[in-house]
Design a protein around this ligand. Structure first.
Ligand SMILES: Nc1ncnc2c1ncn2[C@@H]1O[C@H](COP(=O)(O)OP(=O)(O)O)[C@@H](O)[C@H]1O
Ligand SMILES: [Mg+2]
Length: 148
């Protein structure tokens, strides 16, 4: 599905049948904080080559782990934000920022036993990947289905 808002394309690749055992309000906050950063990064960003501004969100399950990716075609993380990645109050590289969004996201992901990382990619922009392990996979079911 593609939504348009402020000239930003939202590309949501999440199948209806995907589920993860997690606190829904906390998981919402994680995704919301990261998407909000992407919107803020893209809002005043005009790519020189006129290429489109897009935020892509996907969620896939591999065995007992759900991987959520939030990818944007924005300007990329400034050095100051990278150096203080996930550090409360220190990572903000924009005026009016609190530097709390990523720190809170990380706390909530860790509380779920998961991981969150900034992923290097070949194209410009910013990609965060969240991995949430939830349920153990039954071996017989896993073998019968192949990968699920
Ligand atoms: N998708 C992104 N693209 C570019 N910069 C980003 C992105 N996400 C986060 N940042 C940078 O990381 C900083 C820290 O983000 P955050 O912890 O949410 O604090 P805040 O948004 O309050 O500044 C932001 O100030 C911004 O400079
Ligand atoms: Mg923020």
């Amino acid at each position: 599905a593609v939504d348009r808002q402020d000239g930003i394309d939202f590309d949501i690749q999440v199948r209806d049948d995907i589920e993860v055992d997690a606190d829904s309000e906390q998981l919402f906050r994680v995704v919301h904080n990261i998407c909000r950063n992407a919107v803020e990064a893209l809002a005043n960003y005009k790519p020189e080559d006129g290429s489109e501004r897009r935020i892509s969100v996907s969620a896939v399950r591999t065995g007992s782990v759900v991987t959520i990716s939030i990818d944007d075609t924005g300007p990329g993380m400034p050095a100051k934000a990278r150096e203080n990645l996930f550090a409360a109050f220190r990572g903000s590289a924009r005026s009016g920022g609190t530097g709390l969004g990523l720190a809170i996201a990380r706390e909530l992901v860790l509380a779920h036993g998961g991981t969150i990382a900034l992923v290097e990619k070949p194209t410009p922009g910013t990609l965060f990947r969240i991995e949430l392990p939830d349920r153990p996979v039954r071996l017989d079911a896993f073998r019968a289905k192949g990968r699920s």
